[in-house]
Design a protein around this ligand. Structure first.
Ligand code: AMP
Ligand code: MG
Length: 342
């Protein structure tokens, strides 16, 4: 199969919509990361997402809509509760996924057999145009091969999906750069299962009490079940070994400069680069979590293109605000390996 990369011109969106209606897959730009989309109401089409990505079938997908009314129109949920509506009014369109009790029209392959469903209304104009043109909700996980860093450009999708899908719509680089915040309303107190651009603090200001799942910041214990199945897999990782480094500026630089500069790279702040003797990939300014989030996955992919590099050391963000989402992705990319320099 040849994979086409097309700009979001009207005729190309229509071609993509036709592929989706026919049960095929399309690489779709969103403001979080690129998605691998299929008609969410077509179980066979959704099954082919898992095959294209090599994704474990118990890891459920997010259903994307273009207008809030589509939740009821397509029968996606059992009940669109007052709490859900409050969240939707505050954060949609945008990078928040809401988990609600599943409606009967959603095939169980979408939810990995769970009786809840994850729904999001993206803010990316092209994503919404595509959903509208397709005339159905779109199930879409990130469009990477399972385990690798999520794609934030159409080129990243092409690297992973070339030959596996017919079409990628190129909508530019994803502004946020990290996957959506996931909150479930199926627990007594609403619970964040995955942090993202919409922060715990922002959610609390709308809902009051909000819990944070243990799996966000810590490794699951042996035999412990993940509330969000995706949290149990190694994820977001390049081929090189990643370590998260907790330290001040000087210790980070001294530590890196004591390493072999042929095989070591640093994912660091802009201000670090002039002092480092090893290859460095700057993520952004120290306190600019927006640009660090925007650049993170691209930087992890770049690390794998550097000749001879087998180990990558990364600056450890503070797990607060958007920093919590960065920490959550990095700690998984690092397989929970953290080096603390005292
Ligand atoms: P991705 O589509 O690759 O961004 O991953 C979607 C994330 O949402 C994964 O971590 C899933 O485990 C999680 N998710 C989706 N649906 C549900 C659900 N019904 N219950 C819990 N977690 C979910
Ligand atoms: Mg993913």
């Amino acid at each position: 199969m040849n994979t086409q990369l097309l700009k979001p011109a009207k005729e190309n969106i229509e071609a993509a919509a036709q592929i989706l209606r026919d049960g095929g897959l399309v690489g779709m730009p969103t403001e979080t990361v690129y998605g691998l989309a299929a008609n969410a109401l077509d179980a066979d089409a959704v099954s082919s997402i898992f095959i294209a990505k090599g994704r474990p079938s118990d890891n459920p997908l997010i259903v994307h809509i273009s207008r809030i009314e589509e939740i009821e129109k397509y029968g996606l949920v059992k009940e669109f509760s007052k709490t859900a509506k409050k969240l939707a009014d505050a954060f949609w369109p945008g990078p928040l996924t809401i988990i609600m009790p599943k409606g009967e029209s959603v095939p169980s392959v979408v939810t990995g057999g769970l009786d809840s469903v994850a729904v999001r209304l993206p803010s990316h104009k092209v994503a919404r145009e595509l959903i509208k043109a397709a005339g159905c909700p779109l199930a879409a996980p990130s469009a990477n091969l399972s385990g690798s860093p999520s794609p934030t450009t159409a080129q990243h999708v092409f690297e992973d999906m070339n030959g596996r899908i017919p079409l990628i719509i190129d909508g530019g680089s994803s502004e946020v750069g990290l996957e959506s915040t996931v909150i479930t309303l199926c627990t007594e107190t609403p619970t964040v299962l995955r942090p993202g651009k919409v922060t715990l603090e922002e959610l609390s200001s709308v809902l009051g009490n909000v819990n944070l799942s243990d799996a966000v910041l810590e490794k699951l214990k042996e035999g412990e079940e993940a509330a969000s199945p995706g949290m149990k897999y190694r994820h977001y990782a390049p081929k090189a070994k990643v370590y998260l480094v907790k330290s001040d500026d000087k210790k980070f630089i001294d530590f890196l400069n004591s390493k072999d500069n042929n095989s070591t790279a640093a994912l660091c702040y802009n201000s670090d680069t002039e002092y480092l003797n090893v290859k460095s990939i700057p993520l952004g300014d120290k306190d600019d979590y927006d640009s660090q989030a925007h650049n993170l996955f691209s930087a992890l992919r770049t690390a794998d293109t550097l000749e001879g590099i087998d180990t990558v050391y990364v600056r450890c963000p503070k797990a607060q605000g958007l920093g919590m989402a960065l920490f959550n992705r990095l700690i998984r990319a690092a397989g929970f390996e953290v080096i603390t320099l005292e």
